[in-house]
Design a protein around this ligand. Structure first.
Ligand code: HEM
Ligand SMILES: CC(C)=CCC/C(C)=C/CC/C(C)=C/COP(=O)(O)OP(=O)(O)O
Length: 310
C-alpha cells in the first residue's frame, strides 16, 4: 500500500458503497461453498446453528474483502476494472474501510465461535488473515505465485462449513479445499489474459506480466489437468456418488477442452475474436465450481432419502 492521503473520502458514501466493500458478488460463491460444506457433513446441525454459522462466515468473508480494498486502494485506482470502487473513487475514506473490515472480522470470528465451535472460529480468523495479510499485503505485490498460494484463502470456506457441523477436519473437507485451491489459478489466469494491460499498469506481478501470455496459457492447462483427478476422485468419498461422478466427469471434460483451446491459441488469434475463448473459459470456471458443489448437495439430499452414494 502506498500513500493513502489522496483517497480522502468525500462523505458522499451511500449504503451501496459499504456493501461494495464486502465484494458481495465474489463472496456469494465463497459463501455457497461454505454452506455446502456445512450441509454435506454427516451430522445433523440445528437449523439455527446452521443459519448463524453461514451468516458469520459471510460476514467474515465480506470483512476480508473490505480489508483487501483498504490495502489495495492504490492498485485499484490504476486498473480500469477496479477504479470505480468506493475508495479509489473517493466515496469512502480508507480509514472507514479499515474500521469496517476490522470490526466485522472481530464480530464474525467471536460470533462463529459462540454459534458453532472454536475450531471453526479459528479457521475463519486464519482465512481472513490469509486473504488480508498473506495474500493482499505480502504475496500479491511480490510474486507471480501470489494467487496460487493466496488462493488457499478462498478454498477454506467449505472446510469451515464442515468444521461448524462436525467440530473437526476430515478427508472430505480437505478434498473440497483442494478442488477450490487448484481451480483458482485457471479461474484467475483466464481473466488476466483478457484484462491485458491492467495488472501491468498497476505493477502487480501476475503471471501474464512476469512470464508472458504463452507461459500463462500453459499454466492454465497444467492446473486444469491436475485439478480433474482431484475433482473426479471426490466422487469416491462419502460426499460423492454416481450423480456427482457424472457431473464431475462432464464438467472436467469440458474444462480440459477449454484449457486445451486456450493453450493452442496465440495472441493474434485471441485478438482476432476479442479473447472470446478466454472469456468463455472464465465464465465457465464459475459454473464449474458452482455445479460441483450443487452436485455434492444433491448427493447429500439423496442420502437423506436412502438413495445416493455408492
Ligand atoms: C486468489 C484467489 C482469486 C483471485 C485472484 C480471483 C480473482 C478474481 C477477479 C479479479 C475477478 C473479476 C471480477 C470482479 O472484480 O468481481 C473474479 C471474479 C469472480 N470470482 Fe474470483 N478470484 C479468486 C478466487 C475466487 C474464489 C475462491 C471464488 C469462489 C469460490 C471466486 C469467485 C468469483 C466469482 C463468483 C466471480 C464473478 C464475480 C462477478 O460476477 O463479477 N474467486 N475473481
Ligand atoms: C471466509 C473468508 C474470509 C473468505 C475469503 C475468501 C477469499 C479470500 C476469496 C478470494 C476472493 C478474491 C476476489 C480474490 C481476488 O483477488 P484480488 O483481491 O487481488 O482481486 P481484485 O483485483 O478484484 O481486488
Amino acid at each position: 500500500m502506498t500513500d493513502l492521503s489522496s483517497y480522502e473520502g468525500t462523505g458522499e458514501a451511500q449504503f451501496g458503497d459499504y456493501v461494495a466493500l464486502l465484494k458481495p458478488r465474489v463472496m456469494s460463491l465463497v459463501v455457497f461453498t461454505a454452506l455446502v460444506g456445512l450441509l454435506v457433513a454427516p451430522v445433523h446441525v440445528h437449523p439455527v446453528v446452521a443459519l448463524a454459522s453461514i451468516l458469520f462466515i459471510a460476514l467474515g468473508a465480506g470483512a476480508s474483502g473490505a480489508l483487501n480494498m483498504w490495502w489495495d486502494a492504490d492498485i485499484d485506482q490504476k486498473m480500469r476494472r477496479t477504479r470505480s470502487r468506493p475508495i479509489p473513487a473517493g466515496r469512502v475514506a480508507p480509514g472507514e474501510a479499515l474500521g469496517l473490515g476490522l470490526a466485522l472480522s472481530g464480530i464474525a470470528v467471536v460470533m462463529l465461535g459462540l454459534a458453532a465451535n472454536l475450531l471453526a472460529a479459528g479457521l475463519l480468523a486464519f482465512t481472513i488473515f490469509f486473504y488480508a495479510v498473506v495474500y493482499s499485503m505480502w504475496l500479491k505485490r511480490l510474486t507471480p505465485q501470489n494467487i496460487v498460494i493466496g488462493g488457499a484463502a478462498g478454498a477454506f470456506p467449505p472446510m469451515i462449513g464442515w468444521v461448524c457441523a462436525t467440530g473437526s477436519v476430515s478427508v472430505e473437507a480437505v478434498l473440497m479445499f483442494l478442488i477450490i485451491f487448484m481451480w483458482t489459478p485457471p479461474h484467475f489466469w483466464a481473466l488476466a489474459l483478457f484484462l491485458k494491460g491492467d495488472y501491468h499498469n498497476a505493477g502487480v506481478p501476475m503471471l501474464t506480466v512476469t512470464h508472458g501470455r504463452k507461459a500463462t496459457r500453459a499454466h492454465i492447462l497444467a492446473y486444469t489437468l491436475a485439478l480433474a483427478p482431484v475433482a473426479v476422485g471426490a466422487a469416491f468419498t462419502s460426499i460423492g456418488g454416481p450423480v456427482y461422478l457424472a457431473v464431475a466427469l462432464a464438467l472436467n471434460g469440458w474444462f480440459i477442452l477449454g484449457a486445451v483451446r486456450i493453450w493452442r491459441r496465440d495472441e493474434a488469434m485471441a485478438e482476432a475474436d476479442s479473447y472470446a475463448v478466454e472469456k468463455a473459459f472464465f465464465r465457465f470456471s464459475l459454473y464449474y465450481m458452482f455445479l460441483h458443489f450443487v452436485a455434492f448437495l444433491v448427493e447429500a439430499a439423496l442420502k437423506t432419502q436412502g438413495l445416493g452414494g455408492w
